[in-house]
Write a protein of this length. Structure first.
Ligand code: FAD
Length: 317
């Protein structure tokens, strides 16, 4: 005779009556490894320069499609961005992409920066409007490129650059409405950009819905997900509030109690980003852009999880 189960005390009964979640599929060895790109920021000090170059050297064997170097707000890092991308050309096997913005400069000056990049052997530009100084509202610079779409069109006139632009799965904070933002993205691609890289997001369904909207709007270029591995939760909460990316409640719960424990925090960040990229990969996404923050470890490990192996042992994935 069966003994009736007491759901309150019977552990296995509780486990067996919960929802069943199928595991994420693992990439099979015959599929090509995903294409990656890594984003770096130009260093402000000698110590940060060493950190950046250690990061670049660590990630170089993963053979990303390109590595991009940001352009500080208001063009404040123009010389350092240029120095960094030039050194990447000269000293590594990597293909650099230089970020370039419209802020605070007339068109001729921006065109000259682009020409200097071309002359230094840089063939890829991430074309952005850029942000105004903190606490101010963006207004186009007199005689400058007003928006990123205008910059893309201008760059097309300067040289035959490969051009990437920014996309916002959660809508750019200054957009008048989501449709206007999507039309803007289409304008940037129609003006000559070949791919968009997204602002980071943590809710994968938001990105997948955004892809549907892009396709419905007639966009067919790759909308490469920007992946932000988080090792400093408090910092990312602050930064996300500024750039309009939302931080889901579940993420706060996962980091809860790690405020004084950076090692655990990093491991939690690793798990979150690994789950995110595996979910994206299970949904067919095979291109990823990593915001490295000039730290290689999480990016390297997540790339490994995705099936990317250092050049010496490629093919064994
Ligand atoms: C992958 C990535 C890399 C980035 N790198 C940098 C960097 O290196 N340096 C930096 O300073 N910032 C960088 N940013 C931040 C970016 O500069 C800001 O998000 C900026 O606020 C918008 O730039 P955008 O190129 O998307 O602008 P745009 O595409 O020009 O859009 C900006 C806003 O204006 C609206 N808009 C566009 N055209 C018009 C129009 N004609 N009339 C009215 N509204 C319009 C858009 O809907 C949007 O709300 C980056 C962002 C991403 C996603």
């Amino acid at each position: 005779m069966d003994t009736p189960l007491d759901p309150a005390s019977d552990t296995l009964h509780r486990w067996l009556t919960g929802p069943r979640v199928p595991g994420l599929p693992v990439r099979t060895a015959d599929l090509p490894a995903p294409k990656l790109s890594f984003e770096f920021s130009p260093p402000r000090t000698e110590a940060l320069e060493q950190q950046l170059w250690a990061c670049i050297k660590r990630l170089e064997p993963l053979a990303p499609r390109f590595v991009s170097v940001t352009y500080g707000a208001g063009g404040s890092t123009q010389a350092r961005t240029h120095a960094t991308v030039s050194r990447i050309v000269q000293e590594t096997s990597l293909v650099p992409a230089a970020h370039l913005t419209c802020v605070g400069a007339v068109r001729e000056a921006v065109d000259q920066v682009a020409r200097d990049y071309w002359n230094a052997g840089i063939r890829h530009i991430v074309a952005l409007r850029g942000d105004p100084p903190q606490g101010t509202v963006y207004t186009p610079y007199p005689g400058g490129y007003p928006f990123a779409a205008d910059l893309v069109a201008g760059l097309r006139e300067v040289a035959d650059f490969e051009i990437s632009v920014a996309a916002y799965p959660e809508v750019h904070p200054a957009a008048s409405n989501p449709m206007a933002d999507l039309e803007n993205l289409k304008r940037k691609l129609d003006a000559g950009a070949t791919r968009a890289i997204t602002q980071y997001f943590f809710d994968t369904s938001t990105y997948l819905r955004f892809l549907d909207l892009c396709l419905a709007a007639g966009i067919t270029a790759p909308i490469v997900p920007g992946i932000m591995p988080v090792s400093n939760y408090a910092q990312i909460v602050k930064f996300s509030a500024m750039c309009g990316a939302s931080v889901p409640t579940w993420m706060g719960r996962l980091f809860e109690g790690t405020e004084e424990d950076p090692e655990t925090r990093r491991m939690v960040g690793m798990v979150i980003a690994a789950e995110q990229v595996r979910l994206l990969q299970a949904n067919g996404v095979d291109e990823f852009h990593f915001y490295t923050l000039n730290r290689p470890d999480l990016t390297y490990a997540i790339a490994h999880v995705l099936g990317v192996r250092a050049a010496a042992s490629s093919g064994s994935a």
